[in-house]
Design a binder for this molecule. Structure first.
Ligand SMILES: [Fe+2]
Length: 385
């Protein structure tokens, strides 16, 4: 008999071509009168914000916009977004963008109803009350933030990234429209797409996996592996964008319920100390962490190689599992994602500090299929250097 499992996801997930137009109905049904759109400069410049707002016909709303400038959001960005929401009478927030804009919208929504500062809300279940209603619309196929209970912020003074994890960070409605991802630049398509791939893979082999998350994760791997190169080569190909959008959505649902592991644990310090993007950090470390994990989950690695289209039938399990790592390296090569820490400006002398910082990511490390000592974490960074 299996152990008890819990599966959570937002109340409503709307996806497919032109699903962005559904926002009008949602806001109308909510009776929203004053809405804050939280987005980022790339989305604004690409005209996506304007395109989404132009569809609002039935909903009679006043709308204001907060544009996040810069890279991944800091604790200060979240405090100032929260202050804006506390000072105004918005009745709904709409996050449109990559993970950064979506995470900012999540934190701003709960700041409205909770008096705690952002730092005190970091960690697991440290948000007391539900926030303002919020709707999330991703414009990348990567973070899966629209369906997770997590928001990731960097704390520059501490040189770390921390996660806020709470059931109150699930949005009311996620709208996942591949058409909003068409203008995404190639390098962002590559890095965010591989981040989604890592979500599916890590959650599939995680200690908290379940039969339900496994089903979803395998489908995510199949979709992403089948279309990431085409989406990278030809961003206008809406079928490839559709596969990537669904792959990212499914990977996000699997991540939300099964969690991720050591790839993310080792990637966070690279972002915190060297400002390397989340997608690149994860992608670069992926093969090196898998080399360590392969002995614990050989059968599952082999199953993922099959999901990626490899003919593994009749092959010894370890050989099939090794094919997964080989294909991932081929992807990184194809997508021009750096594969060595030395190629992205990380000095070898930084490894002890990186390893120390990664070893503190206990929430993630405890979910990895095998335990990693500080020595083993150091070895992974050394191999990747
Ligand atoms: Fe991620």
């Amino acid at each position: 008999m299996g152990a008890t499992n819990i599966f959570r996801t937002p109340n409503e997930v709307v996806w497919g071509m032109e699903s962005y137009k559904y926002l009008d109905d949602i806001l109308c049904n909510m009776g929203a009168k004053k809405v804050l759109f939280i987005s980022d400069t790339g989305v604004d410049k690409a005209g996506i914000l304007k395109k989404v707002r132009s569809t609002l016909k039935k909903a009679k709303i006043k709308a204001e916009t907060l544009i996040h400038r810069g890279k991944e959001p800091t604790v200060e960005d979240a405090e100032s977004a929260g202050a804006l929401v506390r000072e105004n009478k918005f009745d709904c927030l709409v996050g449109i963008g990559g993970g950064s804009a979506l995470d900012l919208a999540k934190v701003a929504a709960v700041m409205k109803t909770n008096s705690a500062c952002v730092s005190d809300m970091a960690g697991i279940d440290n948000i007391e009350k539900p926030g303002l209603p919020f709707i999330l619309m991703p414009t990348t196929a990567g973070t899966g933030s629209e369906v997770t209970p997590n928001a990731i912020l960097s704390f520059p003074e501490l040189k770390v990234k921390k996660g806020l994890v709470s059931k109150h960070l699930y949005c009311q409605v996620a709208i996942v429209d591949p058409l909003l991802t068409v203008s995404m630049p190639r390098e962002v398509t590559a890095a965010t797409g591989m981040d989604a791939f890592v979500h599916a893979l890590e959650s599939f082999v995680a200690k908290r996996e379940s039969s339900l998350t496994n089903l979803i994760a395998v489908e995510a791997i199949r979709l992403i592996a089948g279309s990431i190169r085409e989406a990278y080569d030809n961003g206008e190909n809406v079928d490839a964008r559709d596969d990537m959008a669904r792959g990212s959505l499914f990977a996000g649902i699997s991540l939300a319920n099964a969690g991720v592991g050591a790839v993310h644990a080792l990637a966070y310090p690279l972002g915190g100390s060297f400002g390397i993007s989340h997608g690149v950090s994860n992608s670069l470390l992926l093969p090196w962490v898998l080399e360590r994990n392969i002995r614990s989950k050989t059968g599952k690695f082999a199953a993922l190689a099959a999901a990626m289209g490899e003919a593994v039938e009749g092959m010894p399990e370890m050989e099939a599992a090794r094919l997964l790592i080989a294909r991932i390296k081929d992807f990184l090569e194809y997508l021009k994602i750096p594969q060595r820490l030395r190629d992205i400006g990380v000095p070898q002398s930084a490894i002890p500090d990186l390893a120390e910082a990664a070893s503190k990511q206990t929430r993630l490390l405890s979910n990895n299929p095998c335990d990693l000592s500080l020595k083993e974490i150091t070895h992974i960074y050394e191999s990747a250097w």
